[in-house]
Design a protein around this ligand. Sequence first.
Ligand SMILES: *Cc1c(COP(=O)(O)O)cnc(C)c1O
Ligand SMILES: [Zn+2]
Length: 442
Amino acid sequence: MDAAFQRCIFPACGASVPLRDTVFICPKCGGLLDVAYDWSRLAVPKSFGDFESRASGRGDPLDFSGVWRFRALLPFAAADKIVTIGEGRTILLRADAVARYVGLAEGCLFLQYEGLNPSGSFKDNGMAAALTHARLVGARRAACASTGNTSASLALFAAATGLLRAIVFVGSGKIAYGKLAQALDHGALTLQIAGDFDDAMRRVQEVAGKLGLYLVNSVNPFRLEGQKTIIYRVLEALDWQAPDWIVVPGGNLGNVSAFGKALGELAELGLLKQLPRLAVINAAGANTFYELFERLGLRWKSGRLDKDLIGGFYQDMANQGKRAATVASAIEINHPVNLPKALRALDRTNGLVREVTDQEILGAKAHVGAGGLGCEPASAASVAGVKKLRGEGVIRIGERVVCILTGHALKDPTATIAYHADKAVQTANDAEQIIRAIETHS
Ligand SMILES: *Cc1c(COP(=O)(O)O)cnc(C)c1O
Ligand SMILES: [Zn+2]
């Protein structure tokens, strides 16, 4: 076995899978896979200072990348195989106006702005790692199902690198315009499936298997390796002092899974003593994780998941003909593929789940926008979730909280305009009236 390999996440199974395998399902038990490392055979950084010195080597594309600067913590590919287009150069911003809105003390709320990625969402962190693995195995075609941002990211990476052909599956009528525009602009083969994301996800797994397409959904564990770096950058921006909470919207639950793995490994390697707590925020109209974790008490239990509980929940959902429905289209998902890994992440970090309504999401989004950084609706769920957790007293006023703003405001202009439409002041094409309008409103 290589020092990097794939391994079943269930301790009772623990099957090892070669690094170059691309099925991404445990051959023994059908479970999810991790990328695993035999750290004893690898050059592990002894302190966070090792990463700081990489930031000064910007001339090297691998050190310029906010993902690959941390490659010692995702060491599955040789340097000459790594794919990068300058992803992950994102910022952590202290946001006092938004802190006031959610009820946190000044200086306690930080927004990690992943909208700065080349395709405008955090998905680029994972895509850089997935396409590196795709290159490693010589894939010619890659596919994903997407609520929009994974397809935008795959399309952009495929176009920018010329490495492979992108094929994207989207639910018809379920994708925000900015994202659909990106897939088309970058020349991905774009299939609009008559159905929603959960339907498209099922189909892409089926078809990818039959055609041998390289799958870049977050069931692909290499994508999650790239997304671990969001955590490293948050810590770096906070001078390696872990915050009390990291709050993230939950859709397919890839991000929270990646965050849990990143934090667990930092603890295992002795780089981090105290872990932040992870909070996942569902939209109320797509709240599978909330229902299973908070209401039905589903837990990781070292991998001994209550399969009957999960099966019964999904059966009820099917019987009721229930479909995910929320303005936050990026998290409009009822069958999260990373559910077991997300449970493991909450177990490792004493995490929790909350749900927020579309109204709460749009209210939070407006405050994020007014505070300086635009984001799309799904991203604002994290801020709405902090407000809720403050209201409950679960997060205390002086605790340090990081919200992950997962995607850029321009991804979904329709939602923004619908919310603010009545605020545009209408006036005649006349200087007098324009002056009166300005004096009245400012
Ligand atoms: C994909 C996505 C999410 C959901 O992330 P998961 O890892 O699937 O839970 C949230 N926000 C945005 C903007 C996304 O693109
Ligand atoms: Zn297994």
